[in-house]
Design a protein around this ligand. Sequence first.
Ligand SMILES: NC(=O)C1=CN([C@@H]2O[C@H](COP(=O)(O)OP(=O)(O)OC[C@H]3O[C@@H](n4cnc5c(N)ncnc54)[C@H](OP(=O)(O)O)[C@@H]3O)[C@@H](O)[C@H]2O)C=CC1
Ligand SMILES: O=C(O)[C@@H]1CCC=N1
Length: 266
Amino acid sequence: MSLKRLWLIGCGNMGGAMLRRWIDTGHITANQVDVINRSDRVLPEGVRQARNLPDGPLPDMIMLGMKPQQLDEIARHHALRISGVPLLVSILAGVEESTLASRFDAGAIVRAMPNMPVAIGKGVVGLHSDSAADAVRSDVAALMTPLGLVEWVSDAGLFNAVTALAGSGPGFLYRFIEALAEGGAALGLPADQAQRLAVATVEGAGLMAAAANEEPAELADRVASKGGSTREGLNVLDADDALKRLVAATLSAAERRNAEMAAAAR
Ligand SMILES: NC(=O)C1=CN([C@@H]2O[C@H](COP(=O)(O)OP(=O)(O)OC[C@H]3O[C@@H](n4cnc5c(N)ncnc54)[C@H](OP(=O)(O)O)[C@@H]3O)[C@@H](O)[C@H]2O)C=CC1
Ligand SMILES: O=C(O)[C@@H]1CCC=N1
């Protein structure tokens, strides 16, 4: 791997999860990384953190991991110092490559959209770049591989949809788990037991879906014995496409917000 020195500008929940996984899997070592945050965070042992960028030569890669709304502040403070960096990776939701290019002079810019389960190597990382050559794309993909499923998205216009589905997706699924657990508790199960059952059920169903050759609809049919109870429940979810319409509206709302953040950052 030729990305040997990394600076992470803004390393909170998401950047921290990526960093921890890289270090846990031995893909990078703590002394290859410098983190620049506004205040100290709990980071893997040995990772340097400071308020300002280090002196000396630029690293192989800089990753932006602050909020989209903090782009201008970061550009004001750091754009000059990092000018000429070979590779800039941004995990900022919405913020377009052209917006980044208008503020930072980098050899290549790659947008990455991770999600929280990267922390355990079961995440998704969507990638897009109009500026990165093949060798750089390979380096970035190799760096992201220990985080989970890595997918290049060729159409920049779809990146907000990727962000809504995969970036935000864990948040939506945690709500579903909560709803399952509360539904079980409403039927009389102790709340803690209902939560354990809900989490394990979602974990098992997800792992099976990931390993199966069949479509999810087919897997659902296998659970629903003819004339049995699952079909009665599915009938509720399926009536007027209730669940599908709810999820479609959920993703649309998230995608719309990504587009608003993109526009605000331009
Ligand atoms: N959370 C998620 O699941 C996902 C988030 N993202 C993207 O990741 C980015 C970060 O989100 P998240 O990790 O949740 O947010 P956090 O608030 O946890 O992390 C943001 C980090 O940026 C730092 N920061 C803010 N301003 C500055 C500054 N001026 N100089 C240096 N560091 C600064 C913060 O430091 P301090 O805490 O000291 O203020 C903090 O460590 C966002 O752009 C988001 O769109 C993408 C995919 C999924
Ligand atoms: O909520 C957000 O804006 C970011 C994008 C994907 C997950 N978190």
